[in-house]
Ligand binder design. Structure first.
Ligand SMILES: Cc1cc2nc3c(=O)[nH]c(=O)nc-3n(C[C@H](O)[C@H](O)[C@H](O)COP(=O)(O)O)c2cc1C
Length: 230
């Protein structure tokens, strides 16, 4: 594969939040996990476990938990200045669009794999290597899904304080495993609008950080407001 094809794949990947109910072939799910299996992880610890969920009732229970957990967040968001409020997180609760997606893949990690790191890392880096490894696998899954013509959504609410313990109970996840995030996959029902991506020149510093380009607080606030517009 050449760089152009790779970049096309990267640019094609979007967060899809509306799915057709059409089933996804099991072979595609296997191919997505096959890619994730080769993701980099600290000391090659490969902390991941993948739970593939296709059962309608289970998916509905997960969506209901996510909706319920979202409620305090919705109340909290109005405490912010209006132009900084996260889109879609205030006003009446809505069921997550991902509910209709045919497959959820919940990514879990086994923290005991941290023993694979050098002791210095284990003692000094907290969870950062563990989380980075899981994030790598997750990202590989999103790219594999895109390459297979599928849409995907990164659902991080599964790691939240209400969903996490109840999901462990619902899915028989051993107490010692950590739930990371959940990838929802399916055929795209509607394409997202264009996205705002920072300019390359704005973020590259040669040899040392160019302090003249360190954004002040006003610029950072304007940037967040700009992000909100999509
Ligand atoms: C750590 C992380 C958590 C995310 N959590 C969610 C989520 O819970 N729900 C969601 O719809 N998108 C989630 N996203 C997706 C981002 O909102 C999305 O990547 C970003 O807005 C850029 O849009 P794009 O993916 O279409 O390029 C998450 C992404 C990351 C990396």
């Amino acid at each position: 594969m050449d760089y152009e094809a790779f970049l096309r794949l990267v640019k094609t990947r979007r967060s899809i939040r509306s799915f057709k109910p059409d089933p996804v072939p099991d072979a595609y799910v296997d191919q997505i996990i096959e890619a994730a299996r080769f993701a980099p992880s600290g000391a090659n610890s490969q902390p991941w476990e993948f739970i593939v969920i296709k059962d309608k009732e289970t998916k509905e229970k997960i969506a209901a938990l996510v909706t319920e957990q979202g409620e305090p967040g919705r109340k909290l968001e109005v405490a912010r200045e209006e132009d900084l409020r996260f889109p879609g997180t205030h006003g009446p609760a809505r069921e997550p669009g991902f509910k209709s997606a045919p497959v959820f893949i919940l990514l879990c990690g086994d923290p005991r794999t941290k023993e694979a790191y050098p002791l210095f890392t284990t003692l000094t880096r907290g969870d950062s290597h563990f989380i980075s490894g899981l994030a790598s696998a997750f990202l590989y899954m999103t790219l594999a899904a895109t390459a297979l013509g599928l849409g995907s959504q990164w659902v991080s609410a599964t790691g939240g304080p209400l969903v996490k313990p109840l999901l462990k109970q619902l899915l028989d996840i051993p107490h010692g495993l950590e739930i990371y995030d959940m990838l929802v996959i399916g055929y795209t029902a509607s394409q997202p609008a264009g996205r705002f991506v920072r300019e390359r020149a704005e973020m590259i510093h040669h040899e040392r950080f160019d302090k003249a380009r360190y954004r002040n607080d006003k610029e950072m606030r304007d940037y967040i407001v700009r992000l909100r517009k999509g």
